[in-house]
Design a protein around this ligand. Structure first.
Ligand SMILES: [Zn+2]
Ligand SMILES: [Zn+2]
Length: 235
């Protein structure tokens, strides 16, 4: 899972998620972190801890806000809190989990350095390497207003780009739709999904005006052919 938003519980119920193997965080804003308490239920259904990956500043925020999780020994009494294993991520080091390679991508969210992720099978015979619809490599770049020069190389050869496109009016910390379309043209992924839209972008008319390889993403969108819990994900 990428980030843990405030409506994590609602989304998990809606999509009947019954396991959560790891969480990779992009940055420390609360619209990306304030669902972390909810993951404790997965500890019960899986009878296992959950791996959590974040850069040092994001980890510091999580440890401050979720002291009851990270420092549970200091709780006045033992209570039901999430059991996680915290791993500090380095922006220049890739991570391989279950045969999938996660390459951090440095992005700028206003003045705040954040992470995007390039995700792809580590090898053709990786469990998730079976990709008949061609979704990998996929880059997930939410909450971004600028891409530093050194990060463009990590955005080459993409089948799927997921990119921030807040609204049409300028914003100090997010790409506008126009800027996002410009970046998507440069990246030239086979398909681009825009995310993190504000309410001033009406879904259908906005999508209808976009270039054919680009569209607005929506809640419940699934990438066909990706095995979920060993099965095809329907819906
Ligand atoms: Zn943010
Ligand atoms: Zn955000």
């Amino acid at each position: 899972m990428l980030d843990a938003g405030p409506d994590l519980r609602q989304q998990a119920l809606r999509h009947r998620l019954n396991r959560l193997d790891a969480i990779l965080f992009t940055h420390n804003h609360v619209d990306h972190t304030f669902g972390l308490d909810e993951v404790r239920r997965f500890n019960i259904t899986m009878d296992a801890p959950i791996d959590l990956y974040a850069e040092a500043p994001t980890m510091a925020h999580l440890k401050r806000v979720y002291a009851h999780i990270f420092d549970r020994a200091s709780n006045v009494q033992d209570s039901f809190v999430a059991t996680i294993i915290a791993h500090e991520l380095k922006a220049d080091r890739e991570l391989v989990l279950w045969g999938m390679r996660f390459t951090p991508i440095r992005l700028l969210h206003g003045r705040l350095p954040v992470l995007g992720y390039r995700i792809e099978p580590e090898a053709a015979d990786s469990p998730m390497g079976n990709d008949p619809d061609g979704w990998w490599p996929l880059a997930y770049c939410t909450d971004v207003s600028a891409i530093p020069p050194e990060s463009w190389a990590k955005l080459t050869g993409l089948q799927t780009l997921v990119l921030d496109a807040l609204r049409r009016r300028k914003h100090p910390t997010h790409f506008t739709l126009g800027q996002a379309v410009g970046v998507a043209h440069e990246v030239e992924a086979a398909r681009t999904y825009f995310v993190h839209m504000a309410h001033d972008l009406p879904h259908e008319p906005t999508s209808a005006d976009l270039p054919p390889t680009m569209t607005l993403a929506h809640d419940g969108l699934s990438l066909g052919g990706l095995p979920l819990d060993g099965q095809q994900h329907e819906g």
